[in-house]
Structure formats: structure tokens, C-alpha cells
Design a protein around this ligand. Sequence first.
Ligand SMILES: [Zn+2]
Length: 221
Amino acid sequence: MEVIFPRQCAACETTLTEHEEHICVSCMLRLPKTNSHLNEIPDGAKKFWGKINVKNTYSFLKYSKNSEVQNILHKLKYKNRPDLAKYLGNWYGAGLKEVGISENLDLLTGVPLHRDKLKMRGYNQADEFGKGLSESMGIEYDSDLIKRNVFTETQTKKSRFGRFKNTEGVFEITDLIKVKGKRVALVDDVLTTGSTLEAAGDLILQAGCSELTIITIALAY
Ligand SMILES: [Zn+2]
């Protein structure tokens, strides 16, 4: 197996040494971290200002085009690497726990994928990242808390306002009791415009969660 598929760093593609796993030591040090868990107002937080009440926003890596971080995200989406997503979750979760963030959270949950994408990919990278966070932070991860509804083309055209609002009615909470009064962290792979996280997060807030936190693998500025 090693000969056909040499173990490569998911970021820079160099061959990993025996003691390295998924990402080489040099990349582990060099990859651009946001360090948002150490900043008073993290860069990602302002994406939700005036939209939904997010208590904290934590993103692990800084995303930019044609970068090693993009390379990692690409592998999570298209190269069948659930193990890599979980590894990143383990790694970041340890850092979050170190500064006491796990003490302020009761439950982790992820933004669900479109059904077709899940079928094609076989896993949801947000879930795998979340499971990694869960392991190292010691907080429960629920992958079924939010359900994504499927809209057909016909339903889209029938929309009341003549246009389909991308996020409205897309998500559903499956267990309201689990959310009520809880400090919930919503997990996704990358925070870009924040519109998907906003829609899912809004729902969690409406279900009565006491504090909403966002955790992502990467942040696009
Ligand atoms: Zn590397």
C-alpha cells in the first residue's frame, strides 16, 4: 500500500515520516492559524453582527485561494478524507480546551450536508471535524440535531415571493429539548459569508439555546 499510495502531507504533499500523521511537522507549525480563541473580538465574529446573536466564533485556519489551507479543504470535500477532518478537530479541540473553552459549552452539532452531496461523499466533513472536537474537548457531538430539508426545482419556482431564498426553511431542529437552555456550538468546515451558519444558528437560537458559538475549520476573510 505504501508504494502505491505514499503517505503525504495533506497540506504540502511531501512524504510523511513514520511519526507524522496527516500533516507534516513543518506544516503544523507553518499553517496560518487565526488564533481566534485568543482574540477578544475574533475576525469571524463580525460576519454575524446585526444578524444573529453569536456568543463566540472560533476558526482554526486562515483560508486563502491557492493556499495549503485550500488544499486541505479540497481533500476533505473531494478526496475521501474523513480521517483528516477528525484529526483537525482533535488538534483544534485540544487548543480550545487548553484555554477553558470546553467548560463553556454543553453540546456540539454540525451543519448538515445536502442529501445528494452526502451520498456522493459518503460523509459530512463538518461532522467528522465535530467528532474530533468532541473527543478532545470531552463534549457530546450530535450529528442528527439539525436536519436539512430537500427542496425540488418545482417547489423553488412556486415560492411565494417569486424567488427562492437560499436559506429560508432549509433547516429543521429534530430535538428541541436537547437545545433548550444549552450552550451550543455549531460546527462547519469553512466560514465565508456565514449565511448557512446564520440560518442554522438562527434556528438553534429560536429553539431556546442559551448561548450560540460557531466553530469552523477555516475562515475566509
Ligand atoms: Zn506539509
